[in-house]
Design a protein around this ligand. Structure first.
Ligand SMILES: C[S@@+](CC[C@H](N)C(=O)[O-])C[C@H]1O[C@@H](n2cnc3c(N)ncnc32)[C@H](O)[C@@H]1O
Length: 239
């Protein structure tokens, strides 16, 4: 799954998502620096970072941006294989094996930006590790994400009303800002299709005929659909 995810991402299909996240994170860090909050060395955490693609690209974008290049880029994932692949490919970032559902290996208020891209969320730990003026960016699939691929290969459906559920789960710790929708068409060749199916959580539960079909499939046009949900931390309730 890790290798398939890397091959798929490195072909650039989700670069518009990565670019949008980089723009939001870079702008946030720049504005923080202008306000004087940039005096401390900010950290960026990618929770559930997988093989590190988004964090590696964000670090490059921050360096290119000049002013915010000092941020320490950290990624955690529960998968040892993913963390090993990430650390090998992006030695300039720091990675650790950690479970998002438990205590994260970061001090309080260490992060200026916290990314959560198709990964589980932990409201209490995200709030603890994010600075009071930090930015949480959660990415979830839009309702039509890869609809044609899901139908052809009988992949799991997108959870209904996912956006509302995420906002509800984070409520009390985070206030939602305006959601950004990102939708565009992509054309997948057989290799990309195979990798896309192999990197989905239910790949091993596919019936044999569906899995075999990925080998013989021709190109498939489908829609990439993402929702970027930015949040700002709420102040701790008064004791
Ligand atoms: C769909 S993948 C997304 C990976 C990466 N964010 C990306 O978009 O390429 C979900 C990731 O979350 C990780 N994950 C799942 N449960 C986790 C947990 N409890 N703690 C940390 N990581 C977890 C998986 O190992 C996997 O790398």
């Amino acid at each position: 799954m890790v290798a398939a995810r890397r091959r798929f991402l490195e072909r650039g299909y989700y670069d518009p998502l990565s670019d949008a996240l980089n723009e939001l994170a870079t702008r946030h860090l720049r504005e923080g620096a202008a306000a004087g909050a940039g005096a401390r060395e900010p950290a960026i955490l990618d929770a559930g970072c997988g093989e590190g693609y988004y964090l590696g690209r964000l670090r490059r974008a921050l360096l290119a941006d000049g002013g915010s290049g000092e941020a320490r880029c950290c990624g955690v994932d529960v998968s040892k294989e993913a963390v090993r692949a990430a650390a090998r490919r992006y030695p300039e970032c720091a990675f650790a094996v950690a479970d998002i559902n438990r205590r994260l290996p970061l001090p309080d208020a260490a992060c200026a930006v916290l990314l959560d891209i198709f990964a589980p969320r932990n409201p209490d730990e995200f709030r603890r590790t994010l600075a009071p003026d930090g930015l949480l960016l959660v990415v979830i699939p839009g309702p039509d994400h890869l609809r044609e691929v899901r139908a052809t290969f009988r992949l799991l459906a997108i959870e209904e009303e996912k956006e509302r559920r995420v906002i509800e789960r984070l409520a009390g710790r985070f206030a939602p800002l305006a959601t950004r929708a990102l939708d565009y068409d992509i054309t997948l060749d057989p290799e990309a299709l195979r990798d896309l199916v192999a990197m989905t959580p239910n790949a091993w539960h596919l019936p044999p005929e569906a899995r075999a079909a990925t080998g013989g499939a021709d190109t498939l046009r489908t829609r990439a659909s993402f929702r970027i949900l930015p949040f700002r931390p709420l102040p701790d309730a008064a004791p």
